[in-house]
Design a protein around this ligand. Sequence first.
Ligand SMILES: *Cc1c(COP(=O)(O)O)cnc(C)c1O
Length: 360
Amino acid sequence: MSRAFNFCSGPATMPEAVLAQAQQELLDWQGRGVSVMEVSHRSPEFVAVVEEAEQDLRDLLSISDDYAVLFMQGGATAQFSTIPMNLLGTKRQMDFVDTGVWSQKASKEASRYGEVNIVSSAKESNYCQIPGQSEWQINPQAAYLHYTPNETINGVEFNWVPTTGDVPLVADMSSNILSRPINVNQYGLIYAGAQKNIGPSGLVVVIVNKALFGKALPITPSVMNYEQVAKHQSMLNTPPSFAIYLAGLVFKWLKQQGGVGAMEEINQRKAEKLYQFIDQSGFYNNPIDVSCRSWMNIPFTLADDQLDKQFLAEAEANQLLNLKGHRLVGGMRASLYNAIPEQAVDALIEFMKDFEQRCG
Ligand SMILES: *Cc1c(COP(=O)(O)O)cnc(C)c1O
């Protein structure tokens, strides 16, 4: 059985080399006669795994010492609550930009802890455009401004970074972290559930400016308190050790590929190829404004949705998996994260071409 091309939005494709290494080390890690998930998280050899993973991520994104890098649990969704608990301090208000499903989920959770102000919504364009910042109503009294740089379900991505003055900028980068270079210093906090571009689900990576410590609400559980978690090097309690180990292997793999600069080039090429094919076709359609089309998640529809089932079945028979779009959007979606090789996109386009010729 050979590896299929898996376009799943998440949990998503892992680099094959990482899976092979994990497989090879599973029974006997570092010649110790045990796997990495069977050793104490307090052991020097496991502490080294966490330290190396953190350092490799710092290298990849040029993260300065002003920021803590945390490996936490509960996925990105737990952060929807963890962030307000840690950043509200004595303030009550939070700003949110509504660009799609994930920003809505984030703001809904945050509203348990304070007052959510939607500074801008893409609803009018049916989430196909991102309103420019000149149209936003930013509140200078807000504890932070939250936005979702890549909307995984809608296929909308910012190619610019909001400027918020003294208001800390918080970004849910779950589906586009490490896909291109960023300037971490522009953010107060970045978080990313691991299962799209980093590793297994459940793990969430948080990059937080230490200047934001000391504002946690008294109700904040200690495993959710950034300052506490940082003080304990992400090991306040037993961490998801196997997931951190795998994330570390992915960071090393990314370094071998040439880092995020190299990934940017490849990701842009992969996405533009598919958009170009969709745009020239009279059969497939992507509704997103060209100024904010995602490189990571590309939704598309067929001219006749009666053909959707057949398209998916034939794609699967051709080892092109998980192309069904999210139920809220319909149609198809191809997720092209870092671990998706360019050949996968070529194979998908070939299949789509052939399908259009036969059924279009
Ligand atoms: C997948 C995703 C989430 C949810 O992640 P969980 O790990 O399931 O909590 C949140 N935000 C974005 C942008 C995502 O793509």
